[in-house]
Write a protein that binds this ligand. Structure first.
Ligand SMILES: Nc1ncnc2c1ncn2[C@@H]1O[C@H](COP(=O)(O)OP(=O)(O)OP(=O)(O)O)[C@@H](O)[C@H]1O
Ligand SMILES: [Mg+2]
Length: 403
């Protein structure tokens, strides 16, 4: 593959290379699929123990790859973090850094067969037992998905089926997971759920089709479906991106209240740092498939230490602070197929120190009980006063703007 690339320069891959890669990929993915589809797998293979019983989910060095014809995309490349019981964990990072793939791995919904969680453990406390999701067979996972872990997607119109009435779609959740439940009882519980998510005229909405509802109402219906079985974990992947600001605030409030009422945890993905600041107890910052910094919301917002997190914080507008131009992190994310061996952020980093930063990928360093960062220069960064640091970052770009 390398020779082919070098010959033509850039990203050229010959048809022969593509065939070879796809042959090799098929071997790997066929083996994974065979393992995944086995029936009557003994529990001992996938039942495990939590490291800390206070957590609902523990990601432990998870790798999820896509085996494509042009190479292996390491979408999630060694991710480790925890979601404590009853807390909200926010996942932030640039588009394409692997946030959605991380939560799809937890649901076992990564696009198969090319997408596979190839190593690492995803421990999930399902209440009665602890499962290692990466090894859980498909038949067991069907019972977990929707009842113990549920997901709210970004676009409610595409998640709801346009040809079924709202009521039928909520009833289905109850009927599927409670064999033997009568239709009448399912209907009562569905209407109760619609009332719970503050939909006025619940009986009327029960009989409507998705296109008859507004965006905000559709998202409420999605929340009703997601919470119907009182899951232990709710994954919300950009739940409010398609909504206007006032509805966004209402939906977030609703989500937060309901979470506390049913005592579950939330894994929240969003590009909106304001939403994270309002909702999250803990924040995990991802960059190019890896966690670069994690900590409590306070740690990340008031004491960011990874140069990428600092850039992220600087790129948001702050009320009362006047700037000519908002900061943008210069450079691009590296090509996900050919990741460097050194820190993935090095080529865009203002604080890099050679030869340290050109060496092996930095390990996670613990800065406090809750705060961890993967950076060689975090100590140097810490020495700066925050204001001074932001000024330092913004200065060059302000000068570029004038030029
Ligand atoms: N089905 C797929 N096949 C190949 N590559 C994929 C597939 N799905 C995702 N990827 C790749 O995995 C990487 C991570 O994607 P992911 O969707 O998790 O990003 P994200 O952080 O959720 O981005 P966004 O903020 O835009 O939603 C990307 O480089 C993407 O191209
Ligand atoms: Mg995404």
């Amino acid at each position: 593959m390398k020779a082919g690339r070098e010959k033509k320069g850039g990203n050229y891959i010959s048809a022969r290379d593509t065939r070879r890669i796809s042959r090799e990929n098929r071997k790997i993915t066929d083996a994974c699929e065979k393992q995944h589809r086995r029936k009557n797998v003994p529990e001992s293979e996938y039942v495990t123990k939590m490291r800390d019983p206070g957590n609902v989910v523990e990601f432990d060095n998870v790798h999820t790859y896509f085996f494509t014809d042009i190479g292996t995309v390491k979408a999630v490349n060694g991710v480790s973090f925890e979601i404590p019981q009853g807390k909200t964990v926010g996942l932030v990072g640039e588009s394409g850094c692997g946030k959605s793939v991380t939560c799809l791995s937890l649901m076992q919904l990564v696009q198969r067969p090319q997408g596979q969680t190839v190593s690492g453990q995803i421990r999930f406390n399902a209440g009665d037992r602890v499962l290692d999701i990466a090894k859980t067979p498909a038949e067991v996972m069907t019972g977990i998905r929707g009842s113990r872990i549920s997901m709210i997607f970004q676009e409610p119109m595409t998640s709801l089926n346009p040809v079924f009435r709202i009521g039928a779609q909520i009833d289905e959740v109850f009927l599927l997971h409670n064999p033997g439940m009568k239709k009448k009882e399912a209907r009562e519980r569905s209407i109760e759920m619609l009332k719970l998510v503050n939909i006025a005229n619940a009986e009327g909405v029960y009989m409507m089709y998705p296109h008859e509802l507004s965006g905000g109402m559709r998202q409420r219906v999605m929340i009703a479906i997601a919470l119907a079985l009182r899951p232990r974990l709710i994954i919300a992947d950009e739940p409010t991106t398609a909504l206007d600001v006032t509805i966004q605030a209402q939906i977030l409030d609703l989500l937060r209240n309901l979470k506390d009422r049913i005592n579950s945890s939330i894994m929240l993905i969003t590009h909106d740092l304001g939403v994270i600041a309002e909702m999250a107890d803990f924040v995990v910052v991802m960059y190019a498939g890896r966690v670069v910094e994690k900590g409590t919301a306070e740690d990340i917002f008031y004491r960011p230490c990874h140069p990428y997190t600092i850039g992220l914080m600087e790129s948001k507008p702050v009320v009362g602070r006047h700037v000519d131009r908002l900061y943008n992190i210069p450079g691009n994310v590296p090509n996900p197929i050919n990741m460097p061996d050194y820190c993935f952020f090095r080529d865009r980093c203002k604080f890099r120190k050679e030869p340290l930063c050109g060496g092996v990928y930095p390990e996670m360093v613990r800065l406090s009980e809750t705060h961890e960062v993967a950076c060689y220069c975090s100590e140097a960064v810490l020495k700066y006063d925050r204001e001074e640091l932001f000024k330092l970052l913004g200065k060059d770009q302000a000068e570029e703007g004038k030029a």
